[in-house]
Design a protein around this ligand. Sequence first.
Ligand code: WTA
Length: 638
Amino acid sequence: MIKKGNLYYPTKEFKKQAWANSPSVYKEANKNPKRFWADLAGELVWFKKWKKVFEHNPPYFKWFVGGKINITYNIFERNLEQRKNKVALIWEPEPLEERPRILTYYQLYKEVNKFANVLKKLGVKKGDRVGIYLPMIPEVIIAMLACARIGAIHSVVFSAFSPQALKVRLQDTEAKILITADGYWRRGKVIPLKNNADKGIKDTKVRKVVVVRRIGNKIDFKKGRDFWWHELMENQPEYCRPAVMDAEDTLFILYTSGSTGKPKGCVHVCGGYTVQALWTGKLIFDWKDTDIFWSTSDMGWVTGHTYSCYSPLLNGVTFVIFEGAPDWPSADRWAQIIDKYGVTVFYTAPTAIRMFAKYGREILKGHKFETLRLLGSVGEPIDEAAWQWYFREIGKKRCPIVDTWWQTETGGILITSLPGIGPFRPAYTGIPFPGTRFEIFDEKGKPTKAGQEGALVLLPPFVPSLLRGVYKNPKKYLSTYWSEYGKKVYFTSDAAVKDKNGLIRIVGRLDDVIKIAGHRLTTGELEAAINLCPSISECAVVGVPDKIKGEVPVVFVVLKKKIPDLKKTVVAQVLKEIGPIALPKEVYQVEDLPKTRSGKIMRRILRRLFTGEKLGDLSTLANPESVKKIKKIVKKMK
Ligand code: WTA
């Protein structure tokens, strides 16, 4: 890249070959966003064309009204002629001695059709919800696409979530069928996924469980309820007619953390999501037929859905998915994978980058990263040091870095500098995608000036892939996204600031969401989990800065009754209710939590004990003396 002041630009060579290389795409798109999106949508195959591009009844809106489509038809039938025997997907298992699995577009097409027929045979109909609790193995993609093929709504649950977390999601979707596996590898250990699934489906409507044999570990198998995937797939016809879906029919529900412990089901629809998935991948990752793409995200998160499944497939790209942890069994496993498959575009989270950097230069020896041409970052703010390390040591100062801002709610990337245009600035995510209108508002809802922090909002006509609702909870939809600045402004809950070039820096969340190693959780849901301990009278969780993981939770508890091993108890409780990603770093027993006179816990003050910020005015507290005491306890335990 070329450096000019504090900005970076793509080289002439990169620019020349890029899909988007002139700022005129922004000018054109922003003149008339609806027309822009309609032009992009025109590249897809629609069974029936839409009558109206955009319809707005705040806070509700629709895109491509009256259009009929199927995303799998656009992945397969639209691409197969050109790419029948092209590799779609390379699966790298965690054990080094095990062979990878490679599926071409045609093979994947047949597997998807077969499994779509299986689902039909099991009684799944259009609009039914299907739970998917699978690790990173090809079947997770096959299962998602098979649902989409027949118009069933998939709801993928992260395989490292606890049985309890699975249960609350299944209860909300009322899925009657769950697809899972016997187990999977994680850091050399077998995770007994089927056992977890058995616990998770209790008290739900799940009556049928399809089990993929991944490991061959011993599992309980309940006749009449449990079915082996491979047995069901035997002798299935290799074609299943794609369901004709309305553009506004639901494609999937993906849960994201809610503040009370009850997660929110983000509803994504068939038309708009397909348009966004196709085009954001193409323009942001600049995919060509020769690219090998690897996104390290798990399918349980939105990044997995869009960029480890739908987007590369719609674009006919070859991509890698990986079962294991990037630093297992050796710290450079991720680098080995890049070398092994000649990855050209690599997409990961700042936590992974900081972890790689911590292992030091030593692990980079022997890896030249010559095949890489573009790097991406996602999920949390990337600090300047991590950006520079990524740029220098992995990208060898050659590869542009697209820092991509988006959310489970937005379905696709919405802010990033396009790689063939730039400019890129470390720690700044970039500019809004063409045709996308963002503003940074002050408290009064007025746009801020450059350098002035405010709330990041998205203005009409929004984007085709923005969520259409919170499943079965319209109140939550209205209060979370459409209340802060009225029903016509989508509130992202992020604070942001613009520089004079219009580049946006994400400052952080304005609500109680914390990002632990890029995983989205809320302090509220952790508190709800911990408060279930009978001996705990109340607790407060705050996210505190961590050098590698970005943020980690720490817990303050007030006890009703003494607990012999407090930390162990709290950790076990979090494991049971949520899973290992939410593990608290420290648990502090305190007498009292700082509260306002109206009884609100002042988490902000607790957080400041770890950030080094001034504690500020404590006189508004009902119990200012509590802070001093807590400060002492924290200091003692550091
Ligand atoms: C944060 C992940 C800074 C942000 C795709 C957002 C980011 C939340 C970035 C959504 C980025 C995501 N820079 N912060 N490039 N990308 N975030 O739903 O706070 O897991 O609101 O979606 O992650 O997290 P989610």
